[in-house]
Design a protein around this ligand. Structure first.
Ligand code: BES
Ligand code: ZN
Length: 844
């Protein structure tokens, strides 16, 4: 049989009747799926993975079929094409893979329990039931589920339950939707419910390991998000309910199943009385992200996975648009700058990076598409550019038309550009395609040449890059009228600089507000002018200045040493974004020093110098009524003071620890991690280690758990490091979903690096078997590349990963990460002496 990538071409489903009998005790699923659809030929393909199919019938008659594991298919031979009802009977294993139908484990009062849940995106619905598992193959679904049920259990799904008969739970027929959005879950759940103004039922569900009030924050945000989107999109939410469910084991962060969104616990449940503001903001943006998908992704779905960006970039922008509307005091767009913009600019500067839109045909490569910094962050920046170009009114008008035209169907990027183009009267697609289809981004150089102010664009690289003469249509957002709105050419001359400077009365700037995806390299004249007027810059513009200089230094276009003297000028800022940018540069200086050297001492001196006044101003304890900026800035400066080994800071943290030894979880969540880490680093003992490890196992508070992980992994003690690494493969202590953070912690710890590196190389096959199916699997490699900085480690990295270059899904990551480490090693070699001199000078 000829191989077909898109099974939808041979069989177009209209309706599914899915019956599942799930047995937790025997870890088996038995099922029967009836699919009514239109066969385009007599030889058709249906997706399946790991299913043991015992019978296939077409319109009640047994038909020949063949299972094909390589293509995740059942090949079926029909007697005739046309309208057909297939009945497929099968069994399948229930496995701990966090994919398909899977158990999540937790404890309540020492008793082990589990919840069954699902994760189908991108291609795991086929592990639960046979289907045409492609986003374009939309159909309606009737779900009937039986399980080894006991009293006190609840089952939920995309649609409400309509009846229970003989222990079988029947759910209402869904609207027309894609297979990857089907979901259900059952177990001993608690919930909180409310309703939107328009009558949509909103619910938050979690295990009973949590206090009931941990559901409240999410309930409020979910309700208001649905209300916001119904208004913003001018399109009603089409289902009777919107359930949010926290699962104790979850491979991704959250998943937008239509009507039943699933989350890792850390991203849904929180203690309203002790959660750091940035964590609340994170939870709110995650909920807003998934609920943005209920329309953009669920109601209208990308036609094929190459347009995955259409789903994810859009939801990534909307999470900020929505949260900014719900909680204006948070200034959430500042977080967009410190997280999305920073991530996109970093990753997109490495040659070999993917473009936002990526051709993909082979289903095995689909999961490799999820480069968060590109598909999410860069894509969201691109849409922020589009939003700035057309304005909110045209955006909303365009979206309403887009939803109307494609609802319960599929769309491509071109359809979105067409709708926005129609609404705005602009050729949005022409501008956006240069960002969508090309990898990388430009550096715009601004200089005064022979008295003329000139600008030019060229692709920016960190590390070796092959200039292919790429050009972008760049929204310049200059503060000088003389600059064009869009730079589409290689260069432009704006006029006589002296005259322009006099007319404008302020330094020349580009990308004001930092909403376009490019960086600026000002010549010395222009940069000096900006620096002389620093106080006139907004916080975001200051962040941008530091960020662009840092990137230019990483790209070897300016010297790193030249940035060091500037740092003190930002140290007094009360703005979180400025402090974020400042301490990011400061953090980058760590790669130039070796542990326990004089250079490290000097750098610690610089950290002390930068942070001392702010530590004195803010103190260790959050104050009632303080500003958001103060709350969010405190962690940066305390962390700096501890890196500096400032003796007052070390003593203050120790005192807080001692005073709260019996109730560490109640330490203020904003600063708790520093108190714990300080203790582990400076007052290490086996008892402390064991107590913290036990607390981490026992707590249901994800923030506290993460703080303990950060503390324990920073231990200087070899033996304790060895003990920790033994726990890496013990799911009872460290859940596979959390392992990457523990691994990163130990690898980043000088005392633990060798052991962590040995572990991952020795046990790579265990890791592959445990989390290899996870869409974030490659980020284990990214984590390593983010830390290594010596020629020896680079050689070891290559020796280990180069032989894996042909592993499906790993190729690009390995190639890029070799570049990332190589460029860091070269940078350190070339500039360490000058940087360390500059640090020594700065603290004189
Ligand atoms: N649809 C994704 C989750 C997903 C993507 C699951 C690909 C499986 C394969 C979801 O909407 C998402 O983007 N989740 C993010 C969190 C989000 C708030 C940025 C995630 O899981 O990282
Ligand atoms: Zn998403």
């Amino acid at each position: 049989m000829a191989e077909l990538t898109h099974f939808y071409q041979t069989f177009q489903p209209e309706h599914y009747n899915i019956y599942l009998d799930i047995n937790r005790a025997t870890k088996t699923i038995s099922g029967q799926t009836k699919i009514t659809g239109d066969a385009q030929a007599t030889a058709i393909n249906i997706h399946q993975k790991f299913l043991a199919v015992s019978a296939v019938q077409a319109d009640g008659q047994a038909v020949p079929f063949k299972l094909d594991a390589d293509n995740e298919a059942i090949h079926i031979d029909l007697a005739k094409a046309g309208k057909t009802t297939l009945t497929i009977t099968y069994t399948a294993p229930l496995t701990d893979s966090m994919m398909g139908i899977y158990p999540s484990y937790y404890e309540v009062a020492g008793e082990k329990k589990q919840i069954i849940g699902t994760q189908f995106e991108t291609t795991a619905a086929r592990q639960a039931f046979p289907c045409v598992d492609e986003p374009e193959a939309k159909a309606t679904f009737d779900l009937a589920i039986k399980f080894d049920e006991h009293a006190g259990e609840t089952i939920i799904s995309n649609m409400p339950e309509v009846k229970t008969e003989d222990g079988v739970h029947y759910f209402d027929t869904t609207v027309k939707m894609s297979t990857y959005l089907i979901a259900f879950a059952f177990g001993e759940l608690q919930s909180k419910l409310t309703e939107t103004k328009s009558g949509v039922k909103i619910g938050v569900f979690g295990t009973k390991a949590h206090k009931a009030n941990e559901l409240d924050f999410a309930l409020d945000i979910a309700k208001r998000s649905i209300e916001f989107y119904e208004d913003f999109y001018q399109t009603p939410y089409p289902l009777p309910h919107s359930w949010q469910l926290a699962l104790p084991d979850f491979s991704a962060g959250a998943m937008e199943n239509w009507g039943l969104v699933t989350y890792r616990e850390a991203y849904l449940l929180l203690d309203p009385d002790n959660t750091a503001l940035d964590m609340k903001q994170r939870v709110a943006t995650v909920i807003a992200h998934e609920l943005a998908h209920q329309w953009f992704g669920d109601l209208v779905t990308m036609k094929w996975w190459d347009d995955l960006w259409l789903n994810e970039s859009f939801a990534n922008m909307m999470e900020y648009v929505a949260v900014d509307a719900l909680e204006p005091d948070w200034h959430i767009w500042e977080t967009f700058q410190t997280s999305e913009a920073a991530a996109a600019l970093q990753r997109d500067a490495t040659d070999g990076v993917q473009s936002v839109h990526v051709q993909v045909e082979n289903p095995a490569e689909i999961d490799a598409l999820f480069d968060g910094a590109i598909v999410y962050a860069k894509g969201a920046r691109m849409l922020v550019m589009a939003r700035a170009l057309v304005g909110d009114e045209a955006l909303r008008k365009g979206l309403k038309a887009y939803f109307k035209a494609h609802q319960y169907g599929n769309a491509t990027g071109a359809d979105l550009w067409a709708a926005l183009g129609e609404a705005s009267g602009m050729n949005v697609g022409a501008i956006m395609n240069s960002w969508l289809e090309q990898p990388g981004y430009p550096v715009v150089s601004a200089s005064v040449v022979d008295g003329q102010l000139t600008i030019s664009q060229q692709q920016f690289f960190i590390g070796d890059g092959q200039d292919q003469g790429r050009q972008w249509q760049i929204p310049l957002n200059s503060n000088y009228q003389a600059a064009p709105a869009i730079l589409a050419e290689t260069s432009a001359t704006l006029g006589d600089y002296a005259q322009l400077r006099a007319d404008n009365g302020q330094p020349f700037r580009l990308n004001v507000g930092n909403n376009s995806h490019f960086i600026v390299k000002y010549d010395q004249t222009l940069l000096d002018d900006i620096l002389a007027n620093l106080d006139n810059l907004t916080a975001i513009d200051q962040l941008q200045l530091l960020q662009d200089l840092r990137l230019l230094a990483e790209g070897r276009q300016i010297s790193y040493a030249s940035i060091v003297p500037l740092l003190t000028r930002f140290a007094g800022s009360h703005s979180t974004v400025v402090n974020d940018a400042l301490y990011r540069v400061a953090g980058d200086l760590k790669k130039f020093v070796t542990p326990d050297s004089n250079e490290e001492k000097a750098l610690q001196g610089l950290y002390d110098h930068l942070s001392a006044a702010q530590v004195a101003r803010l103190g260790w304890t959050p104050q009632a009524g303080e500003s958001n900026d103060d709350q969010l800035t405190r962690p940066y400066v305390l962390s700096a003071a501890l890196y500096a080994k400032n003796s007052d800071a070390v003593a203050a943290a120790h005192k807080l620890f001692t005073a709260n030894r019996d109730r560490l979880a109640t330490l203020p969540a904003d600063t708790r991690v520093f108190v714990l880490r300080n203790e582990v680093q400076n007052f290490s003992s086996v008892d402390l280690f064991n107590d913290l490890l036990a607390a981490s196992k026992q707590t249901a508070d994800a923030s506290f758990k993460a703080d303990i992980a950060a503390a324990l992994t920073s231990t200087p003690d070899d033996k304790l490091i060895a003990t920790l690494i033994e726990k890496f493969e013990d799911a009872e202590t460290i859940k596979p979903q959390d392992l990457r953070a523990w691994f990163r912690g130990v690898l980043a710890n000088h005392a633990g690096q060798q052991a962590a590196w040995d572990w991952i190389r020795n046990d790579w096959s265990w890791l592959e078997a445990t989390v290899g199916g996870d869409m974030e699997f490659t980020t284990y490699i990214t984590v390593i590349a983010g830390i290594f900085r010596t020629a020896d480690r680079l050689a070891e990295f290559k020796a280990f990963f180069e032989p894996k270059l042909n592993t499906p899904g790993l190729t690009r990551e390995i190639q890029m990460d070799i570049k990332v480490i190589t460029s860091r090693v070269d940078l350190v070699e070339a500039e360490a002496a000058a940087v360390n001199d500059a640090v020594a000078q700065a603290i004189k």
